[in-house]
Ligand binder design. Structure first.
Ligand code: ZN
Length: 239
């Protein structure tokens, strides 16, 4: 069983009727419904809950955290950013979606500004699969078309990804590295670009399939805990 926590800021769905209409159960609710399958135990958490819903206990019992945020990045508690980072280093998987690129959490884990170009113009996005053997694209064709999305364009100020899985093309002419993996400590991280709140992206079956595949890919490997520091020899050392 993989224990998944879907974290959503849950601000735009409550402040904007057009977003509420697309996501009546919140973005977290749509993702939970979209990735639901045997083997996943899913819970959700939102910004307004105590400790943003990400208490030590919740994180200790989370194998993979999915993270969507936008308007409240600057208000996210620094001590909880630290708490999530240390869980990633211990092996918790992390999937950062769309505007999560500018969260304190993602920028801290990347060590760069994570800045990019953007535009809201209801334009077509085509996500090309550029690593067809990767488990994150299991069941996905050569590309995913989204009829309307927000544009994110290069340059995206991230470290060179360990693996590049999707490259997006936008009708306005820009391109973007829209599916990137990283390892930090024992943890696996997947950044996945699509998901602006005013489009029904998280109702798209292929988008949910990619996120579900990423949960399985990012789930921790079960093994003895890693330790560091001074170490006694395992063999008798010759004098
Ligand atoms: Zn957006």
């Amino acid at each position: 069983m993989i224990h998944v926590t879907i974290w959503n800021e849950y601000e735009r769905e409550r402040s904007r009727p057009d977003v509420a209409k697309i996501y009546p159960e919140g973005i977290h609710g749509a993702i939970a419904a979209g990735i639901h399958q045997d083997g996943f135990a899913i819970r959700t958490a939102t910004f307004d809950e105590p400790e943003h819903g990400l208490t030590q206990e919740v994180l200790q019992n989370t194998d993979v955290l999915i993270y969507w945020g936008h308007a409240l990045h600057h208000k996210f508690r620094d001590d909880i950013v630290e708490r999530i980072c240390s869980r990633v280093h211990q092996g918790m998987g992390l999937i950062v979606l769309h505007s999560g690129h500018h969260s304190k959490l993602f920028r801290k884990l990347m060590g760069t500004s994570c800045d990019l170009l953007w535009r809201e113009a209801d334009e077509k996005e085509r996500l090309w699969v550029v690593d067809p053997s990767h488990p994150i694209v299991e069941g996905i064709g050569p590309y995913i078309d989204l009829p309307e999305e927000e544009m994110y364009g290069e340059h995206f100020d991230i470290p060179v990804p360990d693996e590049l899985i999707f490259v997006s093309w936008f009708a306005g002419g820009e391109v973007f590295r829209s599916g990137c993996t990283y390892r930090r400590g024992q943890g696996r991280i997947f950044y996945f670009r699509p998901g602006h709140e005013s489009y029904p992206t998280y109702h798209h079956p292929d988008i949910c399939r990619v996120i579900g595949n990423a949960v399985k890919w990012a789930a921790p490997v079960k093994r003895a805990p890693t330790y560091y520091g001074h170490h006694e020899p395992l063999e008798i050392l010759a004098k």
